[in-house]
Design a binder for this molecule. Structure first.
Ligand code: PLZ
Length: 452
């Protein structure tokens, strides 16, 4: 295990990373961007080590993937053992036990105690696509409703479902039809204020679906119970349960996209659990398998089983090595109570971010749940004008000081925190100290270094 310590051996990126960056530019398509160009050689706990011997504190988990930590002993052992036995047969050709085991775990752990079935895939976007396939098939309806600020992937259908143009959709159209977007219950930016957000948003959403789409044409409403890429938008209490109820009344399937929020990230197994929401279908990926590519759709048995044999699948879906990793990762989440750990991380981050908000008026909002926390940066707390330049400057400052940070949001002004649940409190506090220093430096730098 790498020593759990931040080390700045060279400026970041160091010379070896810069060499690799040159090779990257010559070999890798420019469209594949990188946020922090250090070339990682090792990772464990809350630390990533790079080719120059720098050790960075990881507040990103590879976008909420390595929740159990890089180098998690159970995952390493399970993957090694599975690789020794066999790496692939294609489940659709000759099945194997780990796939079935993962589906059993998913059926038991996802919200609701009704009978469920699962199907496995390789990426979050693929899971979302398949949830839509199932919903259309079983309802015989075509329309899919998604939300402002949503992110669901980069394939053609999921690009249509994703809200933001740059970088995800720009000049990649035409997009898939029958995807309809409605306003998101976004308390901080709700015109009538956060108190009225839940009720008014539900009214707007259901009215739009009724008048512009028609309930009887709508197969599914797809929602991230806490939005990820779009800015860690947490809908106000009541919104999700009421939306679920309304969908039920109209025979519309509620699909919870838990790709980013799932598997203990928000302090419970799934973000839907916090308000007792039981979606018809749940999509998962990312944290499920400790970094191995695995994704799933889990849902009501009658819905999932409606699709004819052969209608769902893919060569690599539910790869045995990824399944072995998932079983080990889920075991680790249970045994080490990582949901509890996520709540502790949320308490530490929440306290520190609230203190930042008191010190820096540019912190317009602090929100999130568990180890999925964010602060939204604005040029002026009254106008709430987004300040993406400040977010970028603070993030750069953190990178230079050896902390891996991520931003997000439709306006690029949200600073998000997704540490591995294996990180220690000392590293978490150190990263927050670095953040505070970077924040102050960005503000002192004046125009160009931050601010707007
Ligand atoms: N649904 C809610 O967060 C992936 C995207 C990173 P894939 N989010 C990270 C990027 O810029 O490509 C995501 C998500 C939600 C679906 C997806 C898509 O998951 O595994 O990236 O396909």
């Amino acid at each position: 295990m790498i020593e759990q310590r931040r080390i700045l051996a060279t400026p970041i990126p160091g010379p070896r990373s810069q060499d690799l960056l040159e090779r990257k530019q010559a070999a890798v398509a420019a469209g594949v961007g990188v946020g922090l160009p250090v070339h990682v050689t090792d990772g464990a706990g809350g630390i990533l080590r790079d080719a120059d011997g720098n050790q960075l504190i990881d507040l990103g988990s590879g976008i909420a993937v390595t929740s159990v930590g890089n180098g998690n002993a159970r995952v390493v052992e399970a993957v090694t053992e599975q690789v020794r036995r066999f790496t692939h047969t294609c489940f659709m050709v000759t099945p194997y036990e780990p796939y079935v085991g993962v589906c059993e775990r998913l059926n038991a752990l996802t919200p609701g105690d009704h009978e469920k079935r699962s199907a496995l895939f390789s990426s979050g976007a693929e899971a979302v696509e398949n949830a839509v396939k199932v919903a259309r098939h079983v309802t015989g309806r075509q329309a899919v409703v998604v939300f402002e600020h949503a992110y669901h992937g980069r394939t053609n259908l999921t690009m249509a479902m994703t809200a933001k143009n740059l970088p995800y959709k720009h000049r990649f159209g035409p997009f898939a039809p029958e995807v309809h977007r409605v306003p998101m219950a976004y308390p901080y930016r709700w015109p009538g204020g956060p108190q009225r957000c839940a009720e008014e948003a539900l009214e707007v959403v259901t009215d739009r679906i009724h008048t512009l789409v028609g309930e009887e044409n709508t197969a599914a409403v797809v929602i991230e119970p806490i939005q990820g890429e779009g800015g860690f938008v947490v809908p106000p209490p009541g919104f999700l349960p009421d939306l679920a109820q309304w969908c039920r009344e109209h025979g519309i399937l509620l699909v919870a996209d838990e790709v980013q929020t799932g598997f203990c990230r928000t302090g419970d197994w799934f973000a839907s659990d916090h308000e007792g929401v039981v979606p018809d279908l749940v999509t998962t990926a990312k944290g499920i398998a400790g970094g191995m590519p695995l994704a799933a759709v889990t849902g009501r048995a009658d819905v999932m089983d409606a699709v004819h044999a052969g209608g769902l699948g893919g060569t690599y879906g539910g790869n045995p090595v990824a399944c072995a990793a998932a079983l080990a990762a889920i075991g680790s989440m249970e045994e080490d109570d990582l949901a509890g750990r996520a709540r502790e991380i949320g308490a530490v981050l929440g306290d520190r971010l609230t203190a930042f908000a008191a010190r820096f008026p540019q912190v317009g909002d602090v929100r999130g749940r568990g180890a999925m926390m964010a602060m939204e940066l604005v040029a002026d707390p009254d106008t709430k004008q987004p300040d993406a330049a400040l977010a970028a400057a603070v993030s750069r400052g953190c990178h230079e000081r050896g902390v891996v940070t991520l931003t997000c949001g439709t306006y690029g002004n949200v600073f998000r925190f997704l540490p591995p649940l294996s990180i220690g409190d000392d590293l978490l506090h150190e990263a927050m100290d670095v953040l505070e220093e970077s924040f102050a430096a960005a503000l002192a730098g004046g125009p160009g270094a931050g601010g707007s």
